[in-house]
Ligand binder design. Sequence first.
Ligand code: FAD
Ligand code: PYC
Length: 413
Amino acid sequence: MPLRLLRFALSHKHPEPPMFTEHDQLGKTYDVVIIGGGGHGLAAAYYLARNHGIKNVCVLEKNYLGGGNTGRNTTIVRSNYLTPEGVAFYDRSVKLFQDLSQDFDLNLFYSTRGHFTLAHTDSAMRTMRWRAEVNKHLGVESEVVDRDFIRRMVPEMDLDCSGHSPIHGALYHKPGAVARHDAVAWGYGRGADMRGVEIFQKTEVTRIDVKHGKVRGVDTSRGYISTPKVLCAVAGSTPRITQMVGIRTPIVIQPLQACVTEPIKPWLDTIIVSGSLHVYVSQSDRGELVMGASVDPYEIHSTRSTLDFTEGLTAHMLDMFPFLSNTKVNRQWAGMADMTPDFAPIMGKTPIEGFYIDAGWGTWGFKATPVCGETMSYTVAHDQDHELIRTFRLSRFKELDLTGEKGAASVGH
Ligand code: FAD
Ligand code: PYC
């Protein structure tokens, strides 16, 4: 290797410009401690500082920012949900996404593509009509479309799916979009940092100090912090954290896997989801097909990935798009999805004073990142659940008052 290159390699004179400040030491006390440096934790920190002037806040991340489900998802953003409460909540998120690149001065590659949820049976068509009516009623653009419409928009698709499961029609949701997931985390992180929030990577919360039903502080891998308020935003690690404060939730952790192909020429400018075939796919700006399936059918707290998944997914992709038979899968991975029985999140205050939860994000939480930040920061600042999240309160399970969103989940489960 030429000596000149080696000198650059060994020099510390030209470090990469940091996205946010690296603090040497944890403070002794903060007004709010946020556990989890994924999109949700960072967004809550950003809006606490920006909307509520609460800046004595730290975000503790046991690995690196965005390394959890935020950096592992297939980046689909949409608001075509089933319940009126769900539609209103996710619609707010889609609206917040529109201005984020400008707010952050960072390109999030937010790209509105249109989103098809395919129906392969009469009963699926009924659910699509139901969703379309609820969506339209709340001002969200969704409509049931027929095979001709789908053929015009995606001429490459075999609408008979090789005879296995012919497509009857679809729910078409024009605002459906994709965005660059890491950039969302970085944008919120940088924005929070610029407003005085302290972010610590490689810092794990190991215990939560609760006395007489009230939060007093947290133990971390770098020492103790005293605080009256803790926000738990750890997705697939939620059961470990709720155990620390003695709260039970119905969350179970199931792996959700995804993969990308090699880059190929652009041919897919929309997002396709098939619940019956357990497939969702979009094409990235680099040309890769970004694809996923439903959750693995068992509880396991691990991010291992399997050959079974790739075989099942690619077989169903070929039912719809047989011309891809020579396309290579380049990478695959998994995240830990925090699944709830009704496919809606768990958000808000808890029976422990000063302990707030933002969890149950399963396979559907990336799109909610902005609205979670906005509503959870309000909830923490005012010690009162924001009106948009009341339907997601933890106590709904005890009250048997569920918010059933299974019919709007991205794939069959
Ligand atoms: P995360 O990003 O997981 O962040 C939580 C963080 O907490 C992690 O970084 C973790 O290291 C940290 N942490 C855990 N324990 C501790 C501790 N003790 N101390 C400190 N830090 C801790 N949603 C969509 O809307 N659209 C999609 O297309 C989509 N596709 C998906 C595809 C896959 C393969 C997966 C896995 C998920 C998908 N999702 C999708 C869901 C979405 O990714 C998640 O719901 C969302 O990213 C959750 O964000 P978060 O910030 O809550 O959690
Ligand atoms: O919630 O739209 C979604 C989604 C797509 C893939 C995984 N989740």
